[in-house]
Design a binder for this molecule. Sequence first.
Ligand code: BV8
Length: 261
Amino acid sequence: MVSIQIVLALSNIMALTDVIPSDRPLRVAVLTGAGISAESGVNTFRGQDGLWNGHRIEDVATPEGWIIDSEKVWAFYQERRRQLKDVEPNSGHLALSELEKRMEAGCFTLITQNVDDLHERGGTENLIHMHGELRLVRCEVCEHKFEAMDSKHLENDEFISCPECGHAKVRPEIVWFGEMPFKMTELQRAVIDCDLFLVIGTSGNVYPAAGLLGQALSSGSYCVGFNLEPPLNVDLFHEFHQGLAGELLPLFVQELIDIMM
Ligand code: BV8
């Protein structure tokens, strides 16, 4: 732990002080991926042999997969919804919500690729779920969106019909491969306008999420990465810290808060 503190303290203080504007509040944008939820017990996407919870991603996270085998896809998301009650936010989630509390209103945006609800349960408020939310389902006929977390929704894997129009089979409110991520304009604005861009717990495999780092860099943001392994786009960071988000983030956030004071 001491070695991490020395590394973080030395690199952060020298560079971060210059990032903070003298004439206006600091603006921070954050992008998180499955790695920030890993210490809470939520499986990441790419660690095992290309399988994810025992499934090929193409079979369970694509519109084609939904058409071909809706029962399999529905059961896959029902199981992940049930798991939400067994996991809690970890120190990485809590560190980010502590940072948001110290920022001026409108100066902190957290963009997550994750569909779990650990950031909001950890206290983050200005949050964009660019790949959707496990807790929600959507009617493909009338677009009605609602939470499906009651016991009546989760006691079995029966399809849920739309309470608005009666359509027999609502879909997960999830962005599958080949579908456009949510709120792209809003999140790109936050990334382009920020002074400091933090990228945490993502392998840099999936676009357009992985492309946000290049956009931040070209708009002059100071870009800092935190990941267990160097991600595919590691060379783009001004600073990269290798390790567990749950250990690195509390230290980094405290250093940043001390500098901002
Ligand atoms: C789109 C919802 C266009 C599902 C998800 C070729 C090149 C470039 C792009 C493409 C291409 N072919 C196809 C594409 C596009 C495709 C894509 O990027 N494919 C990749 C695989 C090549 N992208 C899309 O389809 C996107 N849409 O492009 O639309 C379009 C345009 C116009 C009109 C319509 C459409 C949509 C992508 C969204 C897919 N949905 N999630 C679900 O969750 O059920 S993506 C899925 O992957 C999750 O959201 C996940 O978060 C995301 C990214 O994965 P990571 O978060 O990075 O997770 P991963 O396991 O990979 O890595 C975790 C990291 O954490 C690891 O590096 C590990 O070392 C680290 N770690 C682990 N523990 C810790 C840790 N770090 C710190 N601390 C720890 N404790």
